[in-house]
Design a protein. Structure first.
Length: 529
């Protein structure tokens, strides 16, 4: 079977999968409906300050798995819903930033610099249209790069990296992520260390559980859902609730000014912002392909690059920070183009680069039948590789979500602006209840709830000391794979304890890991800036 056959099978798996219902004699695939439902939910979540795409993905995943089960037919619908949420939240995040000067995420802060001044000038609808076109353009470009690069990179990895090199690559990824995320490399390494410590409790190939202190509760280890949802979601909710307690008031959204002037987006406007979209899309795609850096840096670099170009090319026009449409375009194209590129290390290496990618890997591991990594892109002529079919199905769903973004995303994004008025004293307890319910639905025991609350307290404390929880989560996800690969490499090399340093490529990866940490230690901390 050739590449074209697998591409066609992936498309058919999405559009001719299990039917939800029939319309005019045409069967409507449940996978297509799940992508649409996830996309619409993602826009609503993205337009709500205090929520984010990963939070909705975290709450939805256990419920989806309980509803669809663990059959192979459940893989594409569940992942399609998660992809839809990820895509919708990316474009929806511009709504509160533009209308109410309320960035729901750090990367949306750059959108407020020009989006809210346009709103104050009565150009809110035009600003939202600019954000939609820029976001959809950057996202589409990023997905095209993903489809072209992920198989190529996976083939290179499978051809040149053996078990020692793959072990060193996992260590390099953890070191890189820990070094670039958070206020300091020390905090990043501590967060990673806590994640590795948690995942190795009660697990391993020994005949007795590790680090369980003789208790049955810890002998089975911590469920993935409790650790990931606890640290990422409950920790954020606990911190936000404490902030509200200190403020002693709900955050009220400002009234939208009256809209005046021309609110339409003309071809002249598109031609003017096109160079900024193109440049920021390339910046965001490059940043997104590096695991752990995220969209905040992409938005910052895209905005600053666009500001320099704008000041040089159009010094007499409205400048960045004063309501320039080009500022919205540069920011939204940059942070949206990260989403597709973030899946390049996921599909080619099996390494999650951000929180959204974590939940896609969790879905694949929970349901089975798809193991992200170099083995996915093995072309077999005699038999069908179901993982490769699923990969092209995933690409199809991403392009389908892009089509929804272009067609219905803009209108629904403007309608979702009402979500910014939901007061946090109502929103945060609802999120807390939904998260705990989702954990109980998946695990079915009260002990999992207590584990999740404990990890939530840990996530709260990490945020209070300026420590990012993302290295913890990624280390928890990769810890088991790191141990299995290291054991296999140790056995394959005949018990060579120095296999990480006796193989040239593995030694190079280890040297790069040390170099990343050393260079990060030389950067000034946030307190010194």
């Amino acid at each position: 079977m050739g590449v074209g056959d697998y591409i066609w099978m992936g498309i058919l798996a999405v559009f001719q999968g299990p039917e939800a219902f029939s319309l005019f004699g045409i069967g409507i695939s449940i996978t297509v409906l799940m992508v649409l439902a996830g996309f619409l939910l993602g826009i609503i979540v993205g337009a709500t300050p205090g929520l984010a795409g990963p939070m909705a993905m975290a709450i939805s995943l256990p419920i989806l798995i309980s509803a669809f089960g663990f059959s192979p037919d459940a893989l594409l619908p569940v992942m399609g819903f998660l992809i839809g949420v990820m895509k919708g939240a990316t474009v929806g995040g511009a709504v509160p930033a533009i209308l109410f000067n309320t960035p729901g995420t750090p990367d949306a802060y750059m959108t407020t610099l020009d989006g809210y001044p346009m709103t104050r000038a009565g150009q809110a609808r035009k600003a939202l249209k600019l954000a939609h076109v820029s976001s959809a353009s950057g996202d589409t470009f990023s997905d095209i790069v993903l489809i072209l690069c992920a198989p190529f990179l996976a083939v290179l990895v499978e051809a040149y990296l053996d078990l020692p090199e793959k072990t060193a690559l996992l260590i390099l990824s953890l070191a890189f992520i820990s070094s670039v995320i958070g206020g300091s490399v020390g905090k990043g390494l501590i967060s990673m260390g806590l994640g590795l410590l948690a995942v190795y409790i009660g697990t391993g190939e020994e005949f007795y559980p590790r680090l369980s202190f003789g208790t049955q509760a810890l002998a089975q280890g911590f469920p993935v859902a409790t650790a990931v949802l606890g640290v990422l979601i409950l920790g954020e909710v606990f911190r936000a609730l404490e902030d509200l307690w200190h403020e002693r008031r709900a955050t009220a959204a400002a009234a939208e000014p009256a809209q005046t002037g021309d609110q339409h987006l003309h071809w002249a406007d598109i031609r003017r912002i096109a160079p900024y979209i193109a440049r920021s899309a390339v910046i965001g795609t490059v940043i997104g392909a590096l695991p752990g850096i995220g969209s905040t840096l992409a938005a910052t670099l895209g905005y600053s690059s666009g500001a320099r170009r704008h000041a040089r090319k159009r010094p007499q026009a409205v400048q960045f920070g004063e309501g320039a449409p080009e500022g919205i375009a540069a920011t939204e194209a940059a942070n949206s183009s990260v989403s597709g590129a973030n899946l390049i290390p996921v599909l080619s290496l099996g390494i999650p680069g951000n929180a959204a990618a974590v939940f896609l890997i969790l879905a694949a591991e929970s349901i089975g039948g798809f193991n992200p990594g170099p083995g996915v892109f093995k072309f077999t002529a005699e038999t069908v590789n179901p993982e490769l079919v699923a990969a092209f199905g995933l690409f199809t769903m991403m392009m389908l979500a892009n089509a929804m973004n272009w067609t219905i995303g803009g209108a629904f994004m403007r309608m979702a602006g009402v979500m910014v008025r939901v007061p946090k004293p109502i929103l945060l307890p609802a999120v807390l209840l939904l998260t705990l319910t989702a954990i109980y639905v998946q695990e079915g025991r009260m002990l999992a709830i207590w584990f999740a609350i404990g990890f939530g307290v840990l996530g709260y404390l990490m945020r209070r000391v300026g420590m990012s929880p993302l290295p913890f989560v990624i280390a928890f996800i990769l810890g088991g794979k790191l141990e299995d690969t290291a054991r296999q490499a140790f056995a394959a090399t005949g018990g060579d304890a120095w296999f990480l340093f006796t193989h040239p490529i593995a030694a190079l990866f280890m040297a790069l890991a040390v170099l990343f940490v050393a260079l990060s230690l030389r950067k000034p901390s946030e307190a010194q800036r």
